[in-house]
Design a protein. Sequence first.
Length: 449
Amino acid sequence: MDIRTPPGPTDHAALPAMAPHAAAGRDAVDEIAARHRPRPGPPRHRLLALLGPAFVAAVAYVDPGNVAANITAGARYGYLLVWVLLAANASAILIQYQSAKLGIVTGRSLPEILGARLPRPARLAYWAQAELVAAATDLAEIIGGAIALHLLTGMPLIVGGVCIGVVSMVLLALQERRGQRTFEGVVVGLLVLVTIGFVGGLVVAPPDWGATAAGIVPRLEGSGSLLVAASMLGATVMPHAIYLHSSLVRDHNRGLTGADDRPDRGPGARRLIHATRVDVVWALAVAGTVNIALLLLAASALAGARGTDTIEGAHAAIAANLGPVVGAVFAVGLLASGLASTSVGAYAGSEIMAGLLRLRIPLLARRAITLIPALLIIGAGAEPTWALVLSQVVLSFGIPLAIVPLMRLTGSEEVMGPWRDGAALRWSSRAVAGLIIALNGALIVLTLM
């Protein structure tokens, strides 16, 4: 008995030997094959499937440091500094887009590329400052979350810090076991809570829209407003988000392009970069809306109020002026901000270490280690808002060391090939880098003075 596999339905060359009615048999077989052939699935590059990394990075732009800086700005200067947030958000969009594009085109993160290019001593020094920046960020986020728990439940700050650390460990365990997409979904959900918590107050205390429009015009009132403006910018542009975004898009898009559709061959990169533009603009628009809402809420409800230089004082003033419900919603937004941002900060620190030292330790172990300094500072009785200010000063040192290498890499034809930044983008990024470095230098000087 001949048990050889019969020719497939499209093997037309073999059909004439099977029956005398070759043509009819061929048509019948093709019809059956067409009927049972799997239907093509949806396009692999649907836009929604490619969105997400920028929303994770955007969490860094609505952390407790932003809350403190923006409420202080609105309470002290009303609508004067709206333009600072608009400029900071536009700068953040530009920088995060460059970071994401670097990850898409090269398939490597910013820390990985720098780790491969720097000699060992420089690589170790660069890693040390990046880790210091990540630790400072983590300090602000854990303290902010602990303050939120204290406002909601009366829980002592040290206990609240431990709770924030434990919950962030759960979120990171979710990322390790269920994958990045699940982690992104949880973080986006927390971002929604942050938005509701901080924007909701404007329903009760709508701002003066005429004064808001006037605040778009750049101007300052003395060195005090310059200090606040610099702190707002320092709280908005976050070095760890710049490092992380390039690895987020690399991991998120892994497997979405086949072997013959690699990003550096054209079509893959074009699709992914287009999706990244949409992702970055939408995510940073949400973050910018939250930051502006905080300033407008403070300007409309807290102008001239005393004690708003601390988060606890701002919460007390909001509850007194707008009611306890609005105060509770604000505290819930602060809690979500602390939880989401500290999880993202730990993730960023892990990627920095893996890229620069080529060493990866489990996220949970790293989370436990980085939690210790924040708990020690809280346990020592340090004033929480002072600790937040100190963390922003440390961040000011780290921002230039993140954006200048990024700008040089994305403007390099050797690194980016045909996807190198155009002349307009290169000059815009240089102007943004110069402005950020100048304002952060002013922040350091004025803070010390």
